[in-house]
Design a protein around this ligand. Sequence first.
Ligand code: ASP
Ligand code: MG
Length: 408
Amino acid sequence: MPIVVQKYGGSSVADPDKIRNVAQRIVKSHAKGNQVVVVISAMGDTTDDLIELAHKINDRPDNREMDVLLSTGEIVSSALLTMALHKLGYQAISLNGPQAGILTDAAHSKAKILKIESDRIVKELNAGKIVIVAGFQGITQDADMTTLGRGGSDTTAVALAISLKAQVCEKLTDVDGIYTADPRICPEARKIKEIAYDEMLELTSSGNKVLHIRAVELAGHYNMPILVVSSFNDSPGTLIHGGDSMDSMEVHNKVRGIAHDIDVAKVTLTGIPNQPGVAAAIFEPLTKAGISVDTIVQNAFKDNITDLTFTVSRGDLKKANDVINSIAKNIKAKEVVTDAKLAKVSIVGIGMQNTPGYASKMFSALSKAGINIQLITTSEIRITCIIEETRVKEAVLALHRAFELEKD
Ligand code: ASP
Ligand code: MG
């Protein structure tokens, strides 16, 4: 029998009615003759609430204990969902991460899955049961509970799908697919039928929040297709896959989608002497402080003096500013300037590879809208412009029109 892994997010199981609705969806897939494994997130805002609770007890909670605490959210929802299936007359069993054989490293709060020993799941499936696995958690060699980082249940689902050789990993959520742009700010956005792993990875790292980035990486690496569909209706979703069977006309002639992200802040160091070792002197301490830097731009220098700008997430700006101010003197920088109110808009598409004209079209669309571009970065299949936060919506709309993404 084909194995299907389904993953339901926290908003899909936020209350008893929604849990019953999810149970119905699972039963439908089971009735099609599939062996069904379901990965479940914690109900609604449970994880946020647990974090808040921990901070009421201790403002610096221990990472190991945080993992013990947060893993309970998914255990609660897995048991309730299993009870809902029993109520419908189906055989089902809940398994927490350790019981499901999910072995991780010991990096608490951001553990990586090392291996899945799936014998128990297989045994339960073969006994005719629907298996409900608590997402986002695993166990170390020393039998300590771990969690995979916020949003990690997607990664659990893809990893299980790979290890069980499932046909597909279905992500059921409160949106019914991947759109050409965020429909909340771009009403003309269109649902994409299919998208390649690389494109989804670029959209995700540029601000699309439908999937956890590690899940997309993993799926691409092991060629496990992900189907994104609504958990509330039956409209066809978006298939994320290897790209080979995609309509080549569409692949080669289009921007696939637009992503935006308002979690962008920048730091600029001006008047730095242009000499070897300066970049290292700036970025090594940032790395040591655990700050991940996104875009870096160093200007062409004049009189051996240069400016350097980089972006970080807004939450890291204060820390980054402290680090940079502590080294600014050493590297003889003139000034450190920060701006927390930035955003990035990106166009993504395999079709852009080796095809000239996409960048100029993007810049002219933004310029026609009167939007100033502060920084630009590119990959082979993505162009990103950093702009003022207040202009994001206009930018997305202008780009969506310029690349005619409303047309099927
Ligand atoms: N419950 C966890 C979170 O909110 C994991 C997940 O939902 O995937 O981050
Ligand atoms: Mg959640």
